[in-house]
Design a protein around this ligand. Structure first.
Ligand code: UD1
Length: 386
């Protein structure tokens, strides 16, 4: 890679709801640095106003320079279509580095395009592993990390996973959790949006993983377990479009409507407002496990594993899997005031965006973004040296 001009050109790729809270702090941090050119590409993987536009508004993300308008499809179709539409954008923009976020199909598709075009890739939220290859996100994480030139990890388990997979330590930097930057910035606003008539005790439920919502028996068993508690615990249930469709298809909407508060997908600020006051969160999302840990709200994760083990070992998260007796027992424990308290993990401090900006610009200045030498990681020398 030759650096033909002095002005670093950084191209960011986002596509789905969980990407937006991660890109916002990086864009903001880089915008304050002199002479950085930034381009934002939205793949259009998520396209509904309440899955995308409202996040751009609330998080003050500038309108994308390019929208690939890909939309929904099978994994192969969506990934391939993003690649086909993204390749000419990279060829035209000639960025010095492309930054990809998280583990969605847009992340892996963009990394593949750049690797083939010999354009350096930086991966924000690198190194997380569930060790469950039946999860499409795990495949996206593995592919993206193998192809990335700079791997920015949110927690040190990420550094250990990457070392185990043979990633050169010099490519890895422990920068902390960038999603927490957005949370910390918008929490005061979120607190103001909380309705005055919120019940004292309520659970916040989100389910969207195909493994939970595409099977009528599994979805019904989760919902029936929770319905047992609705006399003691109000349940707010914002619905992902897929979940909404499945509830209708399986004839479960009426069952829920009677005893739960079903809602459209909530904007970021309103969701955060509800989350910070919740008695507990019940979820299969990745990001919500982290947010609940930061907020100190007990979180019950309806999955057999997590790529974010630090939320269990250090934070407020408990994996209940598909064990509905365990879900029941954990809710009882929380209602008895014995929910997990947890602590905030290292570098979940609202400054990860600044560290990512520093790291990108330092590496650019040194000319080490591409084929980074096997030097020590700048943020975690002890860990990555293993
Ligand atoms: C994607 C990510 C997942 C992330 C989730 C957050 C992958 C493999 N999965 O899953 O990691 O946790 O986003 O929401 O990338 N749909 C709409 N409107 C939209 C977006 C989606 O109606 O704006 C519907 C479409 O019909 C689509 C379905 O929801 O078929 C699923 O969308 P998709 O982007 O394929 O995956 P998610 O389940 O959202």
């Amino acid at each position: 890679m030759t650096y033909s001009h002095q002005l670093p050109h950084i191209l960011h790729v986002v596509g789905a709801r969980p990407n937006f809270m991660k890109v916002a702090p990086v864009l903001r941090a880089l915008a304050t640095r002199p002479a950085v050119k930034q381009t934002l590409v939205h793949t259009g993987q998520h396209y509904d106003a309440n899955m995308s536009d409202v996040f751009f508004r609330q998080l003050e993300i500038p309108a994308p320079d390019v929208n690939l308008s890909v939309g929904a499809g099978s994994h192969a179709w969506q990934t391939a279509e993003i690649m086909i539409r993204f390749e000419p954008v990279v060829q035209q923009c000639e960025p010095d580095v492309v930054v990809v976020y998280g583990d969605v199909n847009s992340t892996a598709a963009a990394a593949l395009v750049c690797a083939k075009l010999n354009v350096p890739v930086a991966h924000v939220e690198a190194g997380l592993r569930s060790f469950d290859r039946t999860m499409p996100e795990e495949i996206n994480r593995l592919v993206t990390d193998q192809l990335s030139d700079l791997l920015l990890t949110p927690s040190l388990d990420g550094n250990r996973n990457l070392a185990r997979e043979g990633i050169a330590p010099g490519k890895v930097a422990f920068v902390g959790n960038v999603m927490i930057d957005t949370l910390a910035r918008l929490l005061p606003l979120a607190i103001q949006t909380v309705p005055a008539d919120l019940p004292k005790c309520y659970g916040l439920l989100t389910l969207h993983r195909p493994s939970n919502v595409d099977n009528p028996e599994i979805l019904r068993s989760i919902l029936q377990t929770l319905l047992e508690f609705t006399d003691e615990l109000d349940i707010f249930f914002p619905l992902h479009p897929r979940t909404q469709r499945r509830l209708d298809e399986f004839g479960l909407t009426c069952l829920c409507q009677r005893k739960m508060r079903l809602m459209d997908p909530l904007p970021y600020v309103e969701f955060l407002g509800l989350q910070h006051r919740a008695t507990c969160v019940i979820t299969d999302s990745g990001g919500i496990q982290e947010e609940a840990t930061f907020l100190g709200v007990p979180c019950l994760t309806v999955r057999e594993n997590t790529e974010r083990p630090i939320t269990v070992t250090c934070g407020t998260n408990t994996l209940v899997g598909r064990n509905m007796d365990l879900l029941t027992a954990e809710i009882r424990r929380i209602l008895a005031g014995q929910g997990k308290l947890g602590a905030r993990p290292e570098l979940w401090d609202g400054r990860a965006g600044e560290r990512i900006a520093d790291c990108l610009l330092e590496r650019y200045a040194q000319g080490t973004l591409w084929n980074a030498p096997q030097s020590q990681s700048m943020f975690a020398p002890a860990e990555t040296a293993q």
